[in-house]
Design a protein around this ligand. Structure first.
Ligand code: NDP
Length: 330
């Protein structure tokens, strides 16, 4: 199945509709060798975007991706890399949970060093920071781009109002504008992408690089009989995910999706990923995988997208939200 490329909102670059992220997996589950295999598998399937963040494994995820990129030796212009800032790596009044100018300007240099790159393609503000003015943050993002250390910037899990405020300030001063959000989007988490941001796609040309398409694995069906050994739900440090992964109401809905997946001749994971891809406002679905076989399976989700007819989508809606979007929300 050929990869599809979509514009990142109004930005000129094209991004593969399926991409690969490193949260949880790089360092905690995968070494450099395993990361090389995973990234190579993705790249061969046409994936051109690899998502990262400073805070993932406290910098180790960037180090692993950097070492993998060095080994893979791909042409720099053939792929896109991101990183994100907010939580920080150190305690200190100006280093933790902040988007202040000093932190952002210092942060990008650390990320580039760990990634072994001269620039990243996308820098994200990983969360909103109520203690720094949006103007200061937007100006710092603009300056990082002007300095050549990033190409585009975006935000993650900002409210529609915050995004619009950042865009308007940049418009007023002629600064580089945020081009994309990075929101969670999956069958159990739809409100923001489908309702809150609805106006922004048209008004400011917002892109969407969406995360956790499988709700951390819940939508694969692997948690139907409890938490399997070796899964994300069993990892030390991720206990906070367990309530959601063992939520009986959600699991019942996953169970009800099984006949639809069977009918479409696909796995539950492929059905859930295809369902995200079918939303034209989604620029890319960031996949996560702890094994190459999972990634191979998930990349085949593109075959399922044309099978999602209005009738099938309606049946899926009935299962996850009883026909009403709000009821299906987290
Ligand atoms: P998913 O919801 O798709 O979860 C991925 C995990 O599910 C895998 O690591 C694996 O975990 C399991 N899995 C995946 N495919 C299969 C399969 N076919 N069969 C069985 N198990 C499977 O995505 P993530 O939560 O990993 O998010 C994807 C990316 O999004 C991240 O890497 C990151 O780049 C980005 N992200 C961004 C955030 C933000 O705030 N901006 C927040 C979170 C993620 P296991 O095998 O260990 O059970």
């Amino acid at each position: 199945m050929d990869m599809e490329y979509r514009r990142l909102g109004r930005a000129g670059i094209k991004i593969s509709v399926l991409s690969l992220g490193s949260w949880v997996t790089f360092h905690h589950q995968l070494s450099v060798d395993a990361a090389v295999k995973l990234m190579q598998t993705a790249y061969e399937a046409g994936v051109n975007f690899f998502d990262n963040a400073e805070v993932y494994a406290l910098g180790k995820s960037e180090e692993i991706m950097g070492a993998a990129l060095k080994e893979l030796g791909w042409r720099r212009s053939s792929y896109l890399i991101s990183t994100k800032f907010y939580w920080g790596l150190h305690d200190g009044p100006n280093e933790r949970n902040t988007l202040n100018r000093k932190r952002l300007i210092e942060g990008i240099d650390g990320s580039l060093r760990r990634l072994g790159l001269d620039y990243v393609d996308l820098i994200f503000c990983h969360r909103p920071d109520p203690n720094t003015s949006i103007e200061e943050t937007a100006h710092a993002m603009h300056d990082i781009i002007q300095s050549g250390r990033a190409i585009y910037w975006g935000v993650s899990e900002w409210s529609a109002d915050e995004i619009r405020a950042a865009w308007s300030i940049c418009d007023k001063y002629g600064w580089h504008k945020p081009v994309t959000e990075q929101p969670q989007y999956n069958l159990f988490h739809r409100e923001r992408v489908e309702r809150e941001y609805a106006r922004l796609y048209e008004d400011i040309g917002l892109g969407a690089t969406i995360w956790s398409p499988l709700a951390s694995g819940l939508l694969t069906g692997k948690y139907l009989e409890g938490i399997p050994e070796g899964s994300r739900g069993a990892l030390p440090g991720y206990e906070w995910l367990r309530d959601s992964l063992t939520d009986q109401q959600k699991l019942e809905k996953v169970r009800q999706l099984i006949p639809i997946a069977r009918e479409l001749d696909c796995s539950l994971a492929q059905l859930a990923i295809a369902w995200c891809v079918r939303n034209p406002h989604v620029s890319t679905v960031i996949l996560g995988a702890s094994r190459v076989e999972q990634l191979r399976e998930n990349l085949q989700a593109l075959k399922v997208v044309p099978k999602l007819t209005p009738d099938v989508l309606e049946r899926i809606d009935q299962i996850v939200s009883g026909g009403s979007l709000a009821e299906g929300e987290d």
